[in-house]
Design a protein around this ligand. Sequence first.
Ligand code: ADP
Length: 492
Amino acid sequence: MHIVMVASEFAPLAKVGGLADVVGGLSNELARQGHQVDVIIPRYKSLSLDPVLAWQQRIDRLTVPFFDRTVDARVFETQLRGCPATLRIFALEPIEESHLFDRDQLYGYPDDGTRFAWLSRAAMELIALWDQPPDIIHCHDWQTGLVPVLLYEAFQAQLARTRAVITLHNLHHQGVMGDDILHQVHLDPRRLKTPDRLLHPHGELNNLLKGGIVYANAITTVSRTYAHEIRTTEHGCGLQHTLNIHRDKLRGILNGIDTTVWNPSHDPVLSHPYSADAIEGKYENKRVLRERLGLADRFAPIVAVISRLDAQKGCHLMHHALRSSLGHNAQFALLGVAPDPRIGDEFRRLQDDIADHPDAHIELAFDDELAHLMYAGAEILVVPSRFEPCGLTQMIALAYGTVPVVRRTGGLGETVFDANHSGKPFDEVNGFTFDDDNEAGLDSALLRAIGLWHKHPEYFRKLQLNGIRTDRSWARPAREYIEIYTSLTSDS
Ligand code: ADP
């Protein structure tokens, strides 16, 4: 099968969060299972170059309509080192408006709508040039929500047999824009801005994610629980009605993790690799982590947080996790970046409060290497999210024998099974969960985890081993995606 991914992130080249891991991990696995996978992303200034073979310029000038003129694209192609040759990456660079992706950050600019609408149109122009149209175009989140709309409104002549899939990674961001964005890509707002198409549920604007939901042939989201929550609760962020209309197309598929990247037995960041059979190696990494963060060497577990610092992630409870850890004979380490400056200021104040504390460290940066070391060196990872479509950090923690403490929402409740309350067999429990979104709720789980580490180390070890031994690779989810792709292409 020939699958094209169109996305704004792709690990390991361009990453802000889990979207990158999912597009990277799924594409890689589909290619390993023998499918042709082409990934189309913008040529960001910050694309990381290490993991790729040399870029080849494939097209000097791809015509891309842009209002009443064109903003053409240079098309570059490469492959990832160590990945199957059936995985190709295309990076699109706007020639006339080169500033669109020549920026320090991937997102957060007033013209993000223009930037990703251009990507969507340019991707479709590229695909339409190919002699063999792909079977599937798979797009992700609002940034590429216009792709299914363009497929059915503008590219039927060239791509009549191609089907579109959209994955909803987070309903919180929907791309709500004025008519200009449709004019830019040569779509007609008079036709499209209707309640059953792109009209935002409140007000007069267009909703690009809704467009993707309405026009895609299949909709997936990243856990079964979230698939249910977005239709039936406020987690649908206003799109509950649209999702209910299109519910027959909607399916929840729990993400995997890329076990070639997240694997403590061959993680190049770790000076002391380890596995379930030799978990002692984990404690060498704890020593390295303490040195790196300036934490005292003493008999206490390390409680970690690795997260975007966003209201969604339960920042108020992260502050409390720090206090509770220090008050109950544990150390605390946080790695995170706050896109919102007000939240950033709060964490900077907290950082000042604990400066030089021998048992706590806060690192306000995006640092992939430190993240690897923290998953390996910590014993407990706290994920206190208000909502969490799937969540990858708890799954990575499990793979590294780090016991997750999570709020039971979305995918967190499908991956973490409470040591005391889940009713699961002894071999399947792997962490601690809580329901109430408040400090008492968090303590009800975190203090059990810290207490177990101190008082019943052999049982704590059992939780760690249960976590490491579970298969959470992309093999199973990739097969579920293939089932969906196959069902779409067999009825055409
Ligand atoms: P989201 O996509 O909502 O941010 P996920 O749990 O799905 O959350 O994915 C988060 C991914 O980003 C994980 O791979 C995690 O390790 C990584 N990550 C988050 N914050 C940082 C950071 N400050 N530095 C390095 N990696 C980070």
